[in-house]
Design a protein around this ligand. Structure first.
Ligand code: ADP
Length: 227
């Protein structure tokens, strides 16, 4: 049996003023080393799940364990184990990728001997842009820089919220390649998507979520057999 890197039990969230649960007492587990796709239509609860893990949204109820650590007991260590790539590109155009990475390393207080910024930029196909102004990067490069930034503190888990929303086909395959490389190097990947095709091509485990309920959580092979 594979080791579970994330375990969620009875997790619920209802936003203030909403009559329905954004997450309705869900159970979910994610294997270490997998590329895990959280698949569901808009409004299903995907971002809510990710934002709870990232500490951006408070849950109402339930247990969340990340790398064996309880989110309620030690949210700081949980955050250190996660790298989160938000949907929107947020990059200061007047800094270079290397400067952006160094600032991020400072914010996470990464020890000098653990800083691997050039190596990360290389993995993301951005090494030759390390010292270029961020404003000169293409849209696809900026998105990969967001991934590089999320990897600065060497998290065990990388979370991407709709990584390819609005990204054209060629840039998408570049990004997928980078994600696969990071996974090969040992990072567990979690991504949300509303494209079945994306989950099918990229992920080895998939959970399907709808109206705040997890309606399937299985390996891609088993899930496709059932479908
Ligand atoms: P997804 O990421 O799958 O599109 P979300 O997690 O964003 O879904 O949304 C799940 C439900 O929670 C939706 O009904 C949405 O309207 C509601 N919701 C999300 N964020 C908020 C918020 N900040 N305040 C109130 N309701 C919200």
């Amino acid at each position: 049996m594979k080791k579970k890197i994330i375990k969620v039990k009875n997790l619920s969230k209802k936003y203030l003023g909403d009559s329905k649960y954004a997450l309705d007492h869900i159970e979910l587990s994610i294997n270490q080393g997998s590329i895990f796709g959280l698949l569901g239509p808009n409004g299903a609860g995907k971002s809510t799940f990710i934002n709870i893990l990232a500490g951006l949204v408070n849950k109402d109820n339930g247990d969340v364990k990340v790398c064996g650590i309880d989110l309620d007991n030690d949210p700081k260590t949980v955050r250190g184990n996660l790298g989160v790539v938000p949907q929107e590109i947020m990059i200061d155009p007047f800094f270079t990728p290397m400067e952006i990475m160094n600032i991020q390393a400072g914010m996470y207080a990464v020890n000098k001997e653990n800083i691997r910024n050039l190596e990360i930029l290389e993995t993301l196909g951005l090494r030759d842009k390390a010292n270029a102004y961020a404003r000169s990067l293409s849209g696809g490069m900026k998105r990969r820089l967001m991934v590089a930034k999320a990897m600065v503190h060497n998290p065990q888990i990388l979370i991407l919220d709709e990584p390819t929303a609005g990204v054209d086909v060629e840039l998408r395959s570049n990004l997928w390649r980078s994600i696969k490389k990071l996974n090969k190097a040992g990072t567990t990947i979690i991504l949300t998507t509303h494209y079945l095709k994306e989950a099918e091509l990229l992920c080895d485990e998939i959970a399907v979520i709808n109206k705040g309920n997890v309606i399937a959580n299985d390996s891609k092979i088993n899930l496709l057999k059932r479908l």
